[in-house]
Design a protein around this ligand. Structure first.
Ligand code: WQD
Length: 341
């Protein structure tokens, strides 16, 4: 990779920190920036332990344009992998301006600084949420986008539109947008993993906290969906598979790929109850649950078609549900309070 240095925004976060490990192990040098709103530098310290490399890391906010520009003066970046952003669906409904300012405004700042510094390779952390309620399954990249109803999902869609317009105006940019399905799991060392603040919104971290005794029982949001057992079905993907998808995207972007979109999913869906049962097997701990009303905004089934990433990136997910649960359990059981001591 020579002197190619990659800036990872949001690199202290769940997907970001796992991607930093895979990039370093693929031979890249990496610089991390994070505003630490929803992460701690402790995760980067552990990434350094895992990789045996020291990682230049900066507490910088995308809204602080001078600090961002200064970062680009300190390092010669060949590309940027952009994870930084707020991602709580419920919170985004309460605080839409915070989400539009941070996620969309912050991204425009980043793009302006990249343009000023002549850095025109960007991998963007997008989300399957841009598809809204599925019109067909599995969802491929041709599926209509923009149907998302919550502000968080709309920020991902708006940023995708900004990137498509930017590429139309300036075709010398190379841009890859990666639409994640449901990231779960943890690095096999158990040293890093998902560490949500407060009560987890997402299923897997909530189940893990029930297993470790931090939560009494799981509330199953809806059991009358048109799915095999009536509970919601999602495409859960191991975060290390997801991270390796970013390495594959980085290799693609080095070949001047233009503007591309890829789903990063497994193509397989599991229900809420299947997830709870799988976690019981992996952890040996009971996951008591009660069936309650549907959660507003949820849909019955979402799972992806990841053939395009396989064809064009030479990437596909390889870790199964058992490994997703075992790796999550190893992280949770050895770090009951996450990165907080
Ligand atoms: C999964 C399933 C719930 C919690 C969201 C975002 C998406 C992405 C991933 C960022 C659903 C059910 C959940 C619980 C439950 N995030 N559930 N009890 O909603 O598919 O996607 O997270 O990019 O953008 O929309 O994930 O983990 O919240 O829910 O029954 O305590 O688990 O109803 O069927 P979701 P989730």
């Amino acid at each position: 990779m020579g002197d190619s240095c990659i800036l990872v925004t949001g690199g202290a976060g769940f997907v970001g920190s796992h991607s930093v490990i895979e990039l370093i192990e693929a031979g890249y040098s990496v610089v991390v920036m994070d505003n630490l709103a929803n992460a701690s530098m402790e995760s980067i310290k552990r990434v350094e332990e895992i990789t045996g490399k020291s990682i230049p890391s900066y507490s910088v906010d995308l809204l602080d344009k001078p600090a961002l520009s200064d970062l680009f003066n300190k390092h010669k970046f060949t590309s940027v992998i952009h994870f930084a952003g707020l991602k709580a669906v419920g919170e985004s409904c309460q605080l839409p301006l915070l989400y539009y300012k941070n996620n969309v405004g912050g991204t425009v700042n980043l793009l302006e600084v990249m343009k000023e510094k002549g850095v025109k390779n960007l991998i963007f952390s997008s989300s399957a949420t841009v598809y809204g309620s599925p019109q067909y399954l599995p969802i491929d990249e041709k599926h209509p986008v923009g149907g998302c109803t919550n502000p968080y999902g709309k920020t991902k869609y708006f940023i995708e539109e900004i990137l498509r317009d930017l590429h139309k105006a300036e075709p010398d940019w190379n841009i890859i947008m990666l639409r994640y399905f449901n990231p779960v799991g943890a690095h096999k060392s158990g040293k890093i993993g998902e560490d949500p603040q407060g009560i987890p919104n997402n299923l897997m971290p909530f189940i893990a906290q029930v297993a470790v005794g931090k939560r009494a029982e799981l509330s199953v949001y809806g059991s009358d969906y048109d799915t095999p057992d009536g509970t919601g079905v999602r495409d859960y993907i191991h975060v290390v598979d997801l991270a390796q998808g970013h390495v594959a995207a980085q290799k693609k972007i080095e070949k001047k790929c233009g503007c591309k979109v890829y789903n990063l999913g497994t193509g397989k869906g599991y229900s809420v109850i299947e997830m709870a049962k799988a976690f019981e097997e992996a952890s040996g701990k009971p996951i008591p649950f009660k069936k309650v009303d549907r959660r507003a905004g949820d849909v019955a089934s979402v799972y992806g078609n990841a053939d395009l990433a396989k064809e064009e990136l030479g990437w596909s997910a390889s870790r199964d549900l058992k490994q997703m649960c075992e790796d999550t359990w190893r992280w949770q059981s050895s770090n009951p309070n996450g990165f907080r001591k």
